[in-house]
Design a binder for this molecule. Sequence first.
Ligand code: CDP
Ligand code: MG
Length: 657
Amino acid sequence: AVWSERRAGTPDKGGAGEVPKQKQSIQEVRRSLPIFPYREDLLAAIREHQILVIEGETGSGKTTQIPQYLLEDGYTEGGMKIGCTQPRRVAAMSVAARVAQEMSVKLGNEVGYSIRFEDCTSERTILKYMTDGMLLREFLTEPDLASYSVIIIDEAHERTLHTDILFGLIKDIARFRPDLKVLVASATLDTERFSCFFDDAPVFRIPGRRFPVDIYYTKAPEADYLEACVVSVLQIHVTQPAGDVLVFLTGQEEIEACCELLQERCRRLGSKISELLVLPIYANLPSDMQAKIFNPTPPGARKVVVATNIAETSLTIDGIIYVIDPGFCKQKSYNARTGMESLIVTPCSRASANQRAGRAGRVAAGKCFRLYTAWAFKHEMEETTVPEIQRTNLGNVVLLLKSLGINDLIHFDFMDPPPHETLVLALEQLYALGLKWNFCYLLITDYPLSDVVTCSEEILTIAAMLSVNNSIFYRPKDKVVHADNARMNFVVPGGDHIVLLNVYTQSGYSTQWCFENFIQFRSMKRARDVRDQLEGLMDRIEVELCSCNGESVPIRKAVTAGYFYNTARLSKGGYKTVKHQQTVYVHPNSSLFEEQPRWMIYHELVFTTKEFMRQVIEIESGWLLEVAPHYYKNKELEDSSSKKMPRKQGKAREELG
Ligand code: CDP
Ligand code: MG
């Protein structure tokens, strides 16, 4: 009741009946949210059930309030964290900022957020907002999410790829972590399906307080929906009572174009119209600009927010009375036949259109102008949006799950399994890249050994070069001496991995360069292609790449982290593998053939005339204890004899000729 009194103002009074939020204390605002009366019931339900689905209208307070309620109820005692995922970066940032403000703490201290390329958390952080992709990555370093007492998968109805994978992983860990609470929060969509997936978890419904929204359709389809948006905004501005406007467009370019057009036309109309504040919002907008959309509209003016579908459910902007919906969104689509993925502008679903319309009815009765016909709504739009997992190249999913140690992807517990053929295709494609999973793992993990993180660029190159293994150097029978000399020019200390990196770094794109340096042009080209593909994959699973500028130690440590079980030690009579005491030999083509370091990691063993180690890198035995304390014992790595042993391998080279 408090709420409807406070918001009783109708737009035709020019918003005068509405009490501006500033006048209410922030705690009063918190108490006025639709979720507040259900605080106790909600906490009781969470205490009683391990997994709970929470459904509530956008703006009811799910994202900002539930983590605070949990905190107030003691869920962060003993240093435990509450994690809340968001499919969108902007939402994670802005919501964290809002909650920090509500709790009067500095953002990044008790309340923080973690998004790609930006970690705004500290050791003190107990409420952590993050993108769903970031939580996925936390599984790599903390597979049971032991530092969390509660995980909230928010905006679950968005069904992003990452959220869908999280469902499967979290359902699994919830089984052996009975103390972990799992909350699946969603707008009023699909909640039965979530409940069903999570073994019939109960659904807690927060009743909405939505004012009626009148929906208007166009009589005929619009030829240019951007222009139609601009015209509609201006029409609303001159003919409709006070109240802000929200326009849904598909991306940054459209939004910028729309804002420019609006500003230009307003300038031309000059003092004939009252002030119109035009504000864009999209993912890549700088955060200070993003924050502007939340500023209250000054009296006498009208605000227009031009947004991507980020404003559909992830962000709530107060004061919106009018929504303009052209009915499109940008969607990823995947063609399994060509293996191509593309972002295309497509009609949004009816569910989306209804969410959009709902944004007009939060503070008062509103109006939604649909720039399409009623017929199109009925017949041309899909009921709901197809989950991303069913329209994406699965290469990155496979890569990610594999690095999480999930090998049986066919039986992974997907809420909506991807098409079987797409999954098989993805496995085949990655296999065809000839990659070793260890390398992918190295790239994806923030391995506890921080060196790995600092040299992922180099590791990417090395992985790509190794995938065209043994065919980089050209060694024609009639030019063996020249070829070997050319190869020697690339030799740098440390081992073959570093040499390959050096070749890649120095290499030119020309056939001429390759010819002069006895490098196989086709192999180099392939290595580049593989590297590009890998970089694309890393980008899509949001792995940040960084470089150590070719410095040898971090690279060698990283390789040690991925291949610690491929260790050989030089002892009397030659090299022996550390674990199985198998006699192995350095390949005569190796840059370390003469050097004979005491400890080495090999990329692979190949048997020709003997058991040869191919692609070796020199390491220090101490690193093995650092990266694989579970695998090695101190005793195994004792280094008693002198550093270098006399050469004994001269014969091998002769044998190979
Ligand atoms: O998650 P849900 O859509 O249920 O709501 P919410 O994001 O928790 O938002 C609750 C209220 O907090 C909104 O109605 C806004 O008034 C306010 N809010 C805000 O003022 N600024 C933000 N950045 C986020 C929320
Ligand atoms: Mg929310």
